[in-house]
Design a protein around this ligand. Structure first.
Ligand code: AHM
Ligand code: MG
Length: 337
């Protein structure tokens, strides 16, 4: 049976019409992200062959040094974004400073990108899902010059697009430009991301909570109490909830987005800002969850996307997912200060 397949590129070109003044720059940028994702996906799929193909640092048959996968992913996304000619700079988890492109073409790019090229990298060696997370802003500095740090220190509410790629049992790209959330699954037989999850909406209520309970002793009182609430039997609210934690933000987030749940990475006494990074982990996911009808806060009631960053690698506590679950967790936080 023939059914109409919409590829990522067709979809983003079609969607350009949603922005009457758009000149196709964001479209090109997003399609370059999709291309780099395919290259990284190919390498991720080979990760299990490391004993055959060689470890990071080894020389392969072509005389090239094998790279660590996160370094490889970082390079591929940087190359793709530089080549897109729409992006003038990048902030990456892999680089302590921002990367300012200095070619004439790139200096004329209107956008900057914050990226975690390979999130959940501790899961690579054990064949568990990993991902890429990205966030796109319009630059503040004048076009024609190199990017500045201020370009990256904007509130998440000013993102023009964000997304993630999950390298899992299938590879998907999920993104938003502020007009809903759409997901594309990579069909490796044709090498294209195809629209598989149009207009994703996350359930208002879920039955999954995702948190690293190994850190329980260090959690704020409100989180401890919320966890007890999740575990308490109450058929009316479908409790006890199910605990699911992969340790790859992209994979935990993706599951909860589709079937409903809450993901929490709270602050602790030893990490007063939590672990996750605002620019390339919390903000892009917050944009997606809000567009899907969910919610993202820092646990003190502040909206993630309202935070004005002061450092490109700053961390933030993250409570994200189904609206009613996040709100309930916040209630516990407020009552147990
Ligand atoms: P990474 O960017 O170094 O991979 O760390 C981020 C990851 C997230 O994907 C995940 O949610 C979290 O760290 C897991 O941390 P922990 O092992 O402390 O639970
Ligand atoms: Mg990360």
């Amino acid at each position: 049976m023939y059914s109409q397949v919409i590829t990522l590129n067709e979809f983003i070109i079609e969607r350009q019409a949603d922005f009457p003044y758009a000149k196709g720059e964001l479209t090109r940028l997003l399609s370059h992200m999709g291309l780099a994702a395919k290259v990284v996906n190919r390498e991720v799929n080979k990760a299990g062959l490391v004993d055959i193909l060689g470890k990071a640092g080894d020389i392969n048959v072509q005389g090239e040094t094998q790279q660590k996968l996160d370094v490889f992913a970082n390079e591929k996304f940087i190359l793709a974004l530089k080549g897109s000619a729409e992006c003038c700079g990048i902030a990456s988890e892999e680089n302590s400073e921002i990367i300012k492109f200095d070619t004439e073409l790139a200096k004329n790019g209107k956008y900057i990108v914050a990226i975690d090229p390979l999130d959940g990298s501790s899961n690579i060696d054990v064949n568990v899902s990993i991902g890429t997370i990205f966030s796109i802003f319009r630059r503040l500095s004048p076009v024609g010059h190199t990017a500045t740090e201020e370009d990256f220190l904007q509130e998440g509410a000013r993102q023009v697009a964000s997304g993630y790629i999950i390298y899992g049992s299938s590879t998907m790209m999920v993104y938003t430009t502020g007009r809903g959330v759409n997901g594309f699954t990579l069909d490796s037989s044709i090498g294209e991301f195809c629209l598989s999850h149009p207009d994703v909406k996350t359930p208002q209520n879920g039955t999954i909570y995702s948190i690293n309970e190994g850190n329980y002793i260090k959690f704020p009182r409100g989180v401890k109490k919320y966890l007890k609430y999740c575990q308490k039997k109450d058929p009316q609210t479908k409790r006890p909830f199910t605990s699911r934690y992969i340790g790859s933000l992209v994979a935990d987030f993706h599951r909860n987005l589709l079937i409903g749940g809450v993901f929490i990475y709270p602050k602790t006494d030893s990490s007063p800002k939590g672990k996750l990074r605002l620019l390339y982990e919390a903000n892009p996911m917050a944009f997606i969850i809000e567009q899907a009808g969910g919610m993202a806060t820092d646990g003190d009631g502040g909206r993630i996307m309202d935070i004005k960053p002061s450092d490109i690698h700053e961390r933030v506590p993250l409570y994200i997912g189904s609206r009613n679950m996040v709100q309930k967790a916040l209630e516990f936080m407020k009552e147990n200060k």
